[in-house]
Design a protein around this ligand. Structure first.
Ligand code: FRU
Length: 424
């Protein structure tokens, strides 16, 4: 690959840009890119815990994998506190909204198993208390390594700081269920460097998390995607011609959009085991457009690289907007250039009548999209809501060239395996 010199120095690639012009094409409620309404009568996985980000066990090529016929998912999880005086309102009623909103601060990694790819049974915590070096266990990816059932769990160790880490353990199956063993030694991999990726010192609202390792189907090397922000002091970023794109007359004003600096990061492994990583410049930046491109992941299809990432309405910059949901970009080679799917990037967003119904979508290579239920209105005015903290109905999309289409809806939390591994 030819080296070029640009904003990120002399590197093999320059990031692709999600521009303000692209984002102007985002339209909520287009039926081909809108998640069907989630009913307020949804079932919950558990009355004891909230779950949100869901991480299906998969192999390094991205295939969702069951083990001896058992499907396994990992979830970010937090206890529900219906009887804790701290979460009672003035009338003595459980303030579930506050409990739910506080969950990030006590997120722990749990796992669940199933024979059917749904109806998940709680396995328990992945790591014992005290194993993870920080308070919060944030999102990542569990990778099944081999027929011995070894698993590398990549995740984000947060507070203090934000470090991409991994921990190795093993899946053990019986005819009655699944248990995870090991997961006792957490290895720090890397943190934001302040040169390509923004650090906490540069911006207290920085994002650096959500590792998604994969093998490039074309060059066979081991890489990792992650969420970041573009390096630099908060407020110092420039939203110039390139970031604005080709906008109509009257759309040149960028307001305070210099504060929105999301990017999709990438690192390459220096070793086969993925213990030693080198960060590369981002694949995609959204400076002037959006402040969060979370949980980035790929689907490799038809020789193309489909890059998906989740984002929120509240993280959009001045003058652009879009629904909470999953956005996508496509390229012919790993390092791009990436173009937004459907012209805008929007792949599956919440309907405007239920803007917070789901989040944290993960597009699987079989076209199924899993997410969690956040909150669903229970009356017509939208003032009364029911908190989810559970799996949303799975949605089927079809990916065709530079377009995607919603084509199906399945049961709550339906995550069928794409291949089964028999343990030796
Ligand atoms: C997405 C997310 C992730 C993060 C986790 C924290 O829902 O914001 O980026 O790892 O939730 O709870």
């Amino acid at each position: 690959m030819k080296s070029t010199t640009g904003k990120f120095g002399k590197t093999p690639h320059q990031p692709s840009l999600w521009t303000r012009a692209d984002a102007l094409k985002v339209h909520a409620d287009d039926p081909t890119t809108t998640q069907p309404l989630v009913s307020a009568n949804f079932p919950v996985l558990s009355d004891e815990v909230f779950i949100w980000d869901t991480m299906p066990l998969r192999d390094i090529d991205g295939n969702i994998t069951s083990v001896d016929g058992w499907s396994v998912i990992f979830t970010l999880t937090a206890d529900r506190h219906p009887n804790d005086p701290q979460y009672l309102d003035q009338n003595g009623n459980y303030d579930v909204i506050r409990d739910w909103n506080d969950r990030h601060g006590r997120a722990k990694m749990y796992y669940w198993f199933s024979r059917t790819g749904k109806d998940w049974k709680l396995g328990g915590r992945v790591m014992a208390e005290g194993v993870s070096p920080t308070v919060r266990e944030w999102a990542g990816t569990p990778i099944l390594l081999n027929e011995q059932g070894e698993v590398d769990l990549y995740y984000t160790a947060v507070t203090p700081g934000a470090t991409i880490v991994k921990v190795r353990g093993r899946v053990v199956t019986t005819e009655h269920g699944v248990s995870l063993v090991g997961f006792e030694k957490v290895k720090p991999l890397f943190e934001a460097d302040g040169k390509m990726y923004q650090t906490e010192a540069q911006n207290a609202f920085w994002g650096f998390r959500d590792p998604w390792p994969f093998r490039d189907p074309k060059d066979g090397k081991l890489y990792m995607l992650f969420e970041g922000n573009v390096a630099g002091e908060r407020g110092s970023h420039k939203v110039g011609k390139a970031e604005i794109g080709d906008v109509p007359p009257g759309y040149e004003d960028v307001g305070n959009s210099r504060f929105q600096t999301a990017c999709v990061g990438i690192a390459v492994a220096r070793d086969e085991d993925g213990d030693d990583w080198e960060m590369l410049p981002p694949l995609l930046t959204a400076v002037g457009v959006n402040d969060q491109t979370e949980r980035p992941h790929f689907v490799f299809q038809d020789g193309k690289y489909y890059l998906f990432t989740i984002s929120h309405t509240f993280t959009y910059a001045d003058g652009v907007t879009g629904p909470d949901g999953v956005y996508g970009f496509v390229a012919d080679s790993l390092f791009g250039p990436y173009v937004p799917l459907n012209g805008s990037g929007l792949v599956l967003g919440n309907p405007s009548s239920q803007p917070f119904q789901t989040y944290s979508h993960c597009v699987m290579p079989n076209g199924l999209v899993t997410s969690f239920i956040d909150s669903v209105p229970t009356d017509n005015t939208g003032t009364q809501i029911r908190i989810g903290g559970t799996e949303a109905p799975t949605v089927g999309i079809k990916i065709k060239g530079q377009q995607t289409f919603v084509v199906a809806e399945y049961d709550y939390g339906y995550i069928p395996p794409m291949l089964d591994v028999t343990l030796k």
